[in-house]
Design a protein around this ligand. Structure first.
Ligand code: FBP
Length: 548
């Protein structure tokens, strides 16, 4: 494979491990844990893995010891920068425990596990992928692991390869599956441990023990670079309003972090829209108000950040989507209908209130809401063009305001969607170190004999050598939610907290950013150079853990 000059130089980067993982570790158990909510229901569904204690590793001065481990690894769900470093950390971790340890990668996600599609990951393969972005070392997929038959099929290949531990690198849905798999294998004494690693650029898989999911740092830095570039262009030409949709299926962490880094004129936070019970028109009125106020100063330009999950947080839309989810889950032949038949079917089966909202939406957006759900039952929000919907509605509102004499300006909108651009970027130093530590730590959890745990590395605002390593039972993050028309145990998404420091910082400054032009231009991720340029964590992490 031909490599760029940066790739060659980056291949030699040695991730910095937390001191505690540099030698043998001793496992220290904390207090027993409870699930995030619905304690009894989660307890009943996970009788073998509920309530396990938090784990913290401490340095042990004895030599590293252990038997050879055969471990399987799966990359699951959307790509996130640093996945290859989780795998290289895991590889180095199990090799340090015993040099005869072996690592097997299942191809294209959980599907490869069920279909027995795998490769052995040897040192030359691992070395090709160190510090690189992407998940292409083995590929990823969104097959949902949830049925006993899938677990049993997977167990066959694990037995055949002598694999006694499986590491699932995934987001909330994939780690929910990891918890179910761990419970099942424990209940049948399968002799297979299951360990999860917290991945997702969305940043919504976190609690006190999981301070950040990997990939969020790099992805938000990439988006902030391009938002900054757009803002500089915008401030140079002074003639466009840029509507920029940002990934992050539900939570607005990505939009908020990018806002903190770039200081746009407007950033919509879905969680706030929901908390204030706002309608789509309220959001449109707010944006139009800012556009008009800036126009009065002669500034017919600006930037608006839109989180991709916005639609699902507008209370009326949320109700509509929930009813649509149940309706589509119960209509097996829905996709075989023509678009016109689908629309008629939906309108005749929805409650009157939801049918009226559905009918009021631009036809394209209404159709996007009825497209296939992903295998976990989620609306594929990346496919909904919220940025265009908003700018179209703002344009109409401004035209009305003009007629009423309340607006004197020009409004020309441009649209962008930043998502896939950031998911496979070469990991920042933070993500390169964090991911390597997560993988290495997963090897320590395996060697400690536990199952149903997420690899946890924290104290992340400190230099990586001071990070704390351990494990958190996956059941601790779970609650019961309605999915595909049924109540299911799932990891609770960590949404933006309106009383949290990142949001409060933003809220305190947003009026100033809206009316003045306070853009920051962060520039590209730097891999080599001074620590204050290359090694800074996200502002979200900093504000959450230091308040400043
Ligand atoms: P994960 O939760 O699996 O990490 O994926 C997150 C994400 O990148 C979302 O931000 C986005 O909505 C979605 O994946 C897009 O999915 P796909 O890659 O299937 O198009």
């Amino acid at each position: 494979m031909k490599k760029s000059a940066l790739q060659k130089a980056r291949a030699t980067y040695q991730p910095k491990l937390p001191i505690v993982l540099t030698g043998a570790v001793k496992m220290v158990e904390g207090r027993p844990t409870e699930s995030a909510a619905d304690h009894q229901a989660i307890h009943d569904l996970f009788p073998n893995t509920y309530g396990m204690p938090e784990i913290r590793f401490e340095k042990n001065n004895a030599p590293v010891q252990g038997r050879p481990l055969n471990v399987g690894v799966i990359l699951s769900g959307g790509q996130a920068p640093g996945g290859h470093n989780v795998i290289s950390g895991l590889f180095d971790g199990i090799k340090r425990i015993h040099r005869d340890s072996r690592l097997f990668g299942f191809i294209m996600g959980p599907g490869g596990f069920v279909d027995h599609n795998y490769i052995e990951l040897t040192a030359p393969i691992i070395d090709e992928y160190r510090n690189t972005g992407g998940f292409d070392i083995i590929g990823s997929g969104r097959t949902k692991l949830e049925k006993k038959e899938q677990f049993d099929r997977g167990l066959e290949i694990l037995k055949e390869l002598g694999i006694t531990a499986l590491v699932i690198i995934g987001g909330d849905d994939s780690n929910t599956n990891a918890a179910v798999l761990a419970e099942y294998y424990k209940s049948i004494n399968a002799g297979v441990q299951v360990i999860g690693c917290p991945k997702t650029i969305d940043g919504d898989l976190k609690n006190d023990m999981i301070e950040a999911s990997f990939g969020f740092d790099t992805a938000t830095k990439v988006y902030s670079e391009v938002i900054g570039n757009i803002q500089r262009d915008c401030n140079s030409a002074k003639k466009y309003w840029h509507f920029i949709k940002l990934m992050g299926r539900s939570a607005s962490h990505i939009a908020l972090e990018c806002a903190l880094q770039t200081q746009p004129n407007i950033c919509i936070i879905s969680e706030e829209v929901e908390a204030k019970n706002q309608t789509l028109n309220d959001v449109v009125d707010y944006i139009a108000g800012v556009v008009a106020a800036r126009a009065e100063e002669g500034n017919n330009f600006g930037t608006v950040l839109v989180p991709e999950g916005l639609i699902e947080f507008i209370p009326a839309m949320k109700k509509l989507i929930a009813e649509l989810n149940d309706l589509l889950a119960a209509t097996a032949d829905f996709t075989q209908k023509t678009p016109a038949e689908q629309r008629a079917f939906v309108l005749s089966h929805l409650s009157a209130e939801n049918a009226a909202i559905f009918e009021s939406l631009p036809e394209g957006v209404a159709r996007q809401l009825t497209l296939d759900r992903d295998p976990h039952g989620n609306v594929q929000v990346s496919l909904i063009e919220t940025e265009k919907l908003l700018s179209e509605m703002v344009g109409k509102r401004l035209a009305q305001m003009k007629e009423e004499g309340k607006y004197v300006g020009k409004f020309a909108a441009l649209h962008h969607f930043f998502g896939y651009e950031g998911r496979c970027a070469d990991p920042s130093n933070f993500d390169a170190d964090y991911c390597y530590a997560l993988g290495f730590n997963a090897a320590c959890l395996i060697n400690s004999g536990v199952t149903g745990y997420l690899s946890s590395v924290r104290n992340l605002v400190k230099p990586s050598v001071q990070w704390i390593a351990g494990g958190v039972p996956i059941t601790m993050l779970m609650n019961m939610e309605r999915r595909n028309g049924e109540l299911k145990p799932v990891i609770q998404k960590a949404l933006v907290r309106l009383d949290g420091a990142p949001f409060l910082k933003y809220a305190a400054q947003r009026d100033q950013w809206a009316h003045n032009t306070c853009y920051i231009y962060p520039g590209p991720i730097q891999y080599f150079g001074p620590a204050e340029v290359c090694d800074q964590p996200t502002l979200t992490l900093r504000y959450e853990h230091t308040g400043k």
